[in-house]
Design a protein around this ligand. Structure first.
Ligand SMILES: [Zn+2]
Ligand SMILES: [Zn+2]
Length: 215
């Protein structure tokens, strides 16, 4: 039984659902291999999915497996793209391979190492793991939220999670971009950063969205 093809279908079901589709036809077109209908039938018999009319729904067992795959894929993208500076296309391709092999323990270690990022570099949500809710993870993180740096410490920005508060262009105009080195000068009463000899006071809601590697 082609477990890799099953994984691909489960992942596609997850991403299609994020885009608002559950259509059987979208899965067949999205995968583009002739044995997809056969594999879908096997997945239905195996209790991973249910098929009705023109739609496919994930059942609990399929939901869990899809969620874990997506989590591993998107964490791997963050690791390769943001930390190792591998190009987007290659990060994506590597993530597609690695998602099938990472063990749960390694996955949670990668998550902790990256500061439990909420999204992948494409801005899609990374399903949370058990590690994300623990107060303290066993792995010493490489990447932390800016607000967790000590006053006086320096960090290099690894990634910024775009949100309402942190419109990327506005931050870029202040020199707050991945790769910039900053020094945290103050946390109270508001956050004060030094970047390129410029001292900036920034909103604490923006600080939430910036992930840095301490240097
Ligand atoms: Zn992604
Ligand atoms: Zn985590």
């Amino acid at each position: 039984m082609d477990s890799k093809l099953i994984d691909e279908i489960l992942e596609l079901l997850w991403t299609l659902r994020e885009q608002g589709s559950k259509k059987y036809a979208d899965v067949v077109v999205g995968i583009g291999e002739s044995d997809v209908p056969d594999v879908i039938r096997k997945m239905e018999m195996g209790g991973l999915i249910s098929v009705s009319d023109d739609n496919i729904e994930l059942k609990e067992k399929g939901e869990t497996r899809a969620r874990d795959l997506i989590r591993r894929h998107r964490l791997a993208e963050r690791l390769f793209h943001d930390v190792m500076d591998v190009g987007m296309q290659e990060s994506e391709e590597t993530a597609c391979e690695i998602e099938h092999v990472l063990s749960p323990t390694v996955t949670d270690s990668v998550c902790a190492f990256l500061g439990h990022p909420p999204t992948c570099p494409h801005g899609k949500p990374i399903p949370r793991g058990k590690c994300c809710s623990k107060y303290r993870a066993g792995v010493k993180p490489l990447v932390v939220r800016l607000k967790e740096l000590e006053v006086g410490a320096k960090g290099r920005i690894v990634f910024i999670v775009p949100s309402e508060n942190s419109r990327i262009e506005r931050l870029a105009s202040m020199g707050i971009v991945p790769g910039s080195v900053l020094k945290l000068k103050k946390k109270r009463p508001s956050f004060v950063l030094e970047i390129d000899e410029t001292v900036l006071a920034v909103d604490s809601s923006i600080v939430e969205d910036i992930y840095v590697k301490q240097i």
